[in-house]
Write a protein that binds this ligand. Structure first.
Ligand code: PMP
Length: 383
């Protein structure tokens, strides 16, 4: 399929040539960024390879969750419950919120898209910090709305006063990514309260809390506590990260009923599969056991950060299950060296690298790469 207005000379308005026949995507999609998913490691015969490029959980699902998946697989000839009633009830009970405040989707990325499509269209603006989760600009452009990206501060945190100042009459939705992907930095309760007080009541603030379970900083607010008193706050959570179900695609929204209903309206029917629904219910039931694994990832994160610092890299403390090294034009080189060592990480050309806290062996290899890198180049990653 071609994209009208893209490189096709026949599509240019100054061209006398007729349009080539055939289906065409909307002109609004021209130049849309592609989602740059974390690469998979290539298979090697000389060493075990590790994937540290997508912020996944290194632990496989718990045995009780695998059992639920196997049982659900036997019902795969049937459509799922279109309302995911049992999962919605389990999430509502888990957070002590009414069921009509919950909407589920095929990962929280789907809910980002549903919310943007529900609230913003041509002529509207969606605001977010940048750099942040790379799906935001894509969802906004697909909806035909315009992105307003407010640069992060020098210490990689959201510039909340700058974001408040960028809100205008066209702003319909604001994403606050807490902790922020890819920098791992957080927004604190006091600055967020000040920001929320400045946001007009008809602008929805979506707290994207994909990594919230890894947060240990007591000043980070719980979005689900905040949304209760603020009708224009919504929260996104996922089973992909702390719960370790990235491959099954299930996430959720907690919001006031009108917002949750709008997100349901724009979603594809039967999105959450029977398998994903049962696995998510079983994971909520095993919540405490999974919290133990999250604690192990957090302990490993602290060990990893200490190792990188001891190697001579300067990095901010992260609150997520990944670290960010602002290596600027050395990002690609560092990623290549990690790849060589059998660990696939996520480079952002010219900006930095994001490395998931993975298996201890993978983290040790990255620290060894960092040591060699600093010896060869001098300290890097000053922030
Ligand atoms: N929000 C943020 C900040 C993320 O980093 C991600 C995953 N990379 C998501 C949402 C989406 O996760 P999922 O669709 O797997 O729930």
């Amino acid at each position: 399929m071609t994209v009208a207005g893209a490189d096709d000379p026949a599509a240019r308005s100054d061209s006398a040539a007729p349009l080539a026949p055939g289906p065409r995507a909307r002109a609004a999609l021209a130049g849309i960024p592609t989602y740059n998913a974390g690469q998979r490691p290539r298979v090697r015969t000389d060493l075990t390879v590790y994937k540290a490029s997508s912020n996944e959980n290194p632990y496989p699902p718990l045995p009780s969750v695998v059992d639920a998946i196997a049982r659900a697989a036997a019902q795969a000839n049937r459509y799922p419950d279109p309302a995911s009633t049992r999962l919605v009830a389990a999430i509502a009970a888990h957070h002590d919120v009414p069921a009509d405040h919950v909407a589920v989707g095929t990962g929280s990325v789907a809910l980002c898209s549903h919310l943007v499509s529900a609230l913003a269209g041509p002529g509207d603006e969606v605001l977010y910090a940048w750099r942040s989760f790379e799906a935001y600009p894509i969802c906004v452009q697909v909806a035909g709305a315009a992105s307003v990206a407010v640069p992060l501060l020098a210490d990689e945190r959201h510039d909340l006063p700058g974001m408040a100042a960028a809100i205008g009459p066209r702003t319909r939705l604001v994403f606050v990514c807490n902790p922020n992907n890819p920098t791992g930095q957080v927004v604190h309760a006091a600055e967020l309260a000040e920001f929320l007080d400045a946001v007009p009541p008809d602008v929805l603030v979506v707290m994207d809390e994909a990594y919230v379970e890894f947060v240990r900083d007591p000043q980070v607010p719980d979005g689900i506590r905040l949304y209760r008193d603020r009708p224009n706050v919504a929260v996104l959570r996922t089973f992909s990260k702390a719960y370790g179900l990235a491959g099954l695609r299930v996430g959720y929204l907690v919001a006031h009923p009108e917002v949750a209903a709008a997100a349901r309206l724009t979603s594809t029917p039967f999105g959450v599969s029977v398998i994903a629904e049962e696995a998510a219910i079983a994971s909520l039931a095993a919540h405490e056991e999974l919290a133990g694994r999250v604690a192990s990832v957090v302990a490993e994160r602290d060990r990893f950060v200490a190792g990188l610092r001891a190697a001579g890299l300067h990095l901010e403390a992260t609150q997520a299950n990944f670290v960010w090294l602002r290596l600027a034009d050395r990002a690609a080189e560092f990623a290549r060296a990690c790849e060589e060592a059998g660990v696939t990480i996520r480079p952002y050309a010219g900006e930095g690298v994001r490395i998931t806290v993975a298996e201890p062996e993978a983290n040790d290899r990255v620290v060894a790469v960092a040591r060699q890198f600093v010896t060869a180049n001098g300290p890097a990653g000053e922030q």
